[in-house]
Design a protein around this ligand. Sequence first.
Ligand code: ZN
Length: 291
Amino acid sequence: MQDQFLKAISSDGSIRVIIATTTNLVEEARLRHQLSHTATAALGRALTAGALLTPLVSRHGQIVLQFKGNGPLGIVFVDAYPTGIVRGYVEHPEVELPLNILGNYDVGSAIGNCGILQVTIDHGFGVLQTSTCELISGEVGEDVNRYLCNSEQLGSIVVVGTHLNNDRVEASGGFIIQLLPDHTEDTICKLENNIATFGTFTNLMLKGLDLESILERIINGFKMLPFEERKHLIFACKCSQERFNQAITLFGRDEILDMAEIDGGAQGKCQFCNEDYYLSKDELIKLAQNI
Ligand SMILES: [Zn+2]
């Protein structure tokens, strides 16, 4: 089943829920970047968080999350677009840590609990808005929750999870609940009850529940309006052979001819999606002649 995203608001204006499954796009990231289990769990949670935060961005914009912690994974980078496209990488994809005391992937130690989460929103008109907050645990969900509470001034709950089985991503997804200005004590009580009996997001996926069934459990007791937004999510990148060629032309005619003569070609790798690009000696000469 394709990865999906849903956004809904309660009819009493007390909560907004954004929920997504990301199993396929996280598996695509794992394969492309040859991620370890720990790195898959970390990037999987971050990619899911990126997708869940796209409602903060205008239609032609994008949101960039950078987890810069003191853990061995280095920077965890994600950018996500309102169209449903998400991409990302970790600086050290090979890092593998033992499971933590709870038997989960130790994402907190891998990212580190000392450092910052930097969030940049590009509204699409050349206007960038960057905010940073200190990491709480490096577990991603708590850190994104702090960012939301600071930037949106609304209480929220952020849950993100990625589960692997036999080296493959078997389930990945999460949700954000935002408390809107019309919420009451009763709203919080109902949500607390729902979350207490919820279990984990990936367990519900593994039991075969689809996105709407999981959403129903989260919002049990709330009357919701028709979905504000529904879309598919995919891992995709803006890179292309044409963009690689354009980047090479920036070296100038003489340097490109040197590359052709001395190196016999040029190769490069996209940092965001790990795609390889290559120009042969003849292609470099042809490129230089067209400058
Ligand atoms: Zn790329």
